[in-house]
Design a protein around this ligand. Structure first.
Ligand code: ARG
Length: 566
């Protein structure tokens, strides 16, 4: 951004620090009235043998003794910061032009894009797609969109849990208690019921465990009947998942489930053994990582050809061979931290130095009222049920607030998604999230519907305006504090996108949009936008349109549907 060049120049001249270093330092003050950008000087205090306050004063004075460019109206020391205030008309001109002329403000065209794999969602077939899986799906899809917007070449992978001993259990349960008609009708629920029933019955009849183990061994050995059942379970589940992903607006480049890597297993296990990384212990194959503080990693149990970790090793190696990625991000719950530490460590041990480019992007649990979610016991909250409940509530609110809205159903669906998806990223991902219906559906809290509603407000202003918003030529019309602060908020979008990428936090985009919306609503409440002379109306409508565009773009990035009316 042009403004950052100006600031860096001034500051570098005053302090003698190299231009590139100064660039990295530029921040923005948390309070709007403390200026538009700031440079902290704390880290130089020691070498210059001055307090940060004195240093900031000295450099601010040195800057003020230069001729300030017309874009910058004031430079001031405050505490350990040098604060920069921008001239309102010039600032408004620069930012609105950038947004107006550019379909995707903040989007980056990299000359040499990085290849980034984002692995997310990855539910287990035969276990339900619970609200817990929503987190991986929503956070992962948002990270993927943000990284793509920032110019990376993103590959989206769904690492379906389509292999493992649970399939032995399912095969046994299905043959005993299931049938195809029921399965076809409601596959995810039915497979889940069978799974739960298996565990209930196993308590009474322990021989079931052996039967299940045998069934899985058969499946691994390619037994036709077992394979056919597995295929059916998988196909039915995939059909249902694809409906769900469509509803959430989420897509993948590859559905490479765990089974996809099974054929690579023997070679990998052999390599680990001949190179001396793994050893046998009590009938299992392990890698001892105790010295690394990572315990013992289990690669193979007696009668199974592979385990979760082994399949992940094969998957990482396969993906690296295929894509030679620069970064690989696994969006998976925090409870799997040790698993990923072991995975990356073993990759590194066997010489894959690229394991340092692999990252476990963890998130906390999600709780819903008092119910804890556990697949085994069956008291699990299904995402579909949550969305239905959100939709019923949204419909009730829409009926109350705007009973002659057309397509109420469609609006309610979008508001429900907005509420649930935003709630999921309303805190840093590592935090545990707790839902409260009233809170997440409120139109004026820090919620998805609040953002959607504010966007609708910009759209209805543009409708009332009745013609296309045009670029203006005289920016001296912008004098008000609320106008300045809205421009300031708009200008921060690229900065927050950079932060969201760096921290892998869609939350950062969500909070940015809340703040942008607050600035917009302060502007809206302080000024009668469509009253006054034509020049003032046109100018203010330009701000409305820019807000509308940035809000739309931001909501798209975090997967929240937009509405024309609500
Ligand atoms: N299917 C697993 C689960 O639901 C998540 C898979 C995560 N990805 C991975 N590469 N291990 O717990």
């Amino acid at each position: 951004m042009h403004y950052h060049n100006l600031i860096a120049d001034l500051f570098s001249n005053a302090s003698g620090l190299p231009l590139v270093d100064v660039f990295e330092l530029i921040e923005f003050p948390p309070q709007e009235d403390q200026g538009d950008r700031a440079i902290p000087v704390f880290r130089f205090s020691k070498e210059r043998k001055k307090s940060p306050q004195d240093l900031a004063k000295e450099w601010a004075a040195a800057i003020n003794s230069q001729k300030l460019p017309s874009e910058i109206s004031k430079v001031e020391a405050l505490g350990g910061y040098v604060n920069f205030y921008f001239d309102t008309p010039k600032f408004a001109q620069a930012i609105t032009k950038e947004i107006f002329n550019n379909k995707s403000f903040g989007k980056i065209d990299q000359h040499d894009p990085e290849t980034v794999i984002v692995e997310y969602s990855s539910p287990n077939i035969a276990k339900p797609f619970s609200i817990g899986h929503l987190r991986s799906t929503n956070i992962g899809a948002s990270i993927a969109r943000i990284m793509e917007y920032r110019g990376h070449n993103v590959i989206r992978i769904n690492h379906l849990g389509d292999w493992g001993t649970q399939f032995g259990k399912l095969i046994v349960a299905y043959k005993k208690w299931g049938n195809e008609a029921t399965l076809k009708n409601d596959p995810i629920q039915e497979l889940f019921k069978l799974y739960v029933k298996f565990h209930d019955e196993e308590g009474k009849d322990p021989s079931l465990s052996n039967q299940a183990r045998e069934a899985f061994t058969k499946l691994e050995q390619g037994d036709l009947e077992a394979k056919k059942l597995w295929d059916t379970f998988k196909q039915f589940t995939l059909d249902e998942l694809s409906t769900l992903y469509k509803r959430l607006g989420v897509k993948f480049d590859h559905y490479w489930g765990e089974s996809f890597y099974v054929e690579h297993m023997p070679k990998l296990l052999k390599l680990l053994e001949t190179e001396g990384f793994s050893k046998h212990s009590e009938g299992a194959t392990i890698v001892d990582l105790k010295e690394e503080g990572l315990g013992v990693a289990l690669l193979q149990k007696g009668d199974e050809s592979s385990l979760y970790l082994t399949r992940d090793l094969a998957a990482a190696i396969y993906r690296h061979e295929k894509f030679n990625f620069d970064q690989m991000i696994y969006v998976v719950g925090a409870e799997q931290r040790l698993h990923f530490q072991q995975l990356f460590k073993i990759l590194d041990m066997i010489g894959h130095t690229w394991s340092k480019n692999c990252e476990h992007v963890a998130f906390g649990s999600i709780s819903f009222g008092d119910e804890k979610m556990s697949t085994r016991k069956g008291n699990v909250v299904f995402l579909a049920d949550v969305l239905q409940k959100a939709k019923d509530e949204a419909l009730r609110i829409v009926n109350e607030k705007n009973s002659d809205l057309e397509n109420k159903e469609e609006a309610a669906e979008k508001i429900a998604l907005g509420a649930v998806l935003f709630a999921d990223i309303s805190a840093k991902r590592i935090k545990n999230v707790k839902f409260s219906w009233e809170e997440i559906l409120s139109f004026d809290g820090e919620t998805g519907p609040y953002l959607q509603y504010s966007l609708v407000r910009t759209k209805s202003l543009m409708n009332k305006f009745g013609k296309n918003v045009e670029m203006i030529s005289d920016f001296s019309i912008f004098k008000e504090k609320e106008e300045h602060n809205l421009v300031r908020a708009l200008s921060l979008f690229p900065i927050f996108l950079e932060r969201a990428e760096r921290e892998r936090e869609p939350f950062v985009v969500g909070q940015y949009l809340i703040n942008l919306t607050k600035s917009f609503n302060r502007f809206y409440n302080a000024h009668r936008i469509l009253d006054g002379d034509a020049a003032s109306i046109n100018a203010r409508m330009l701000l409305v349109k820019c807000t509308s565009d940035v809000l739309t773009q931001g909501l798209n990035l975090i997967g929240i549907p937009t509405l024309e009316r609500m």
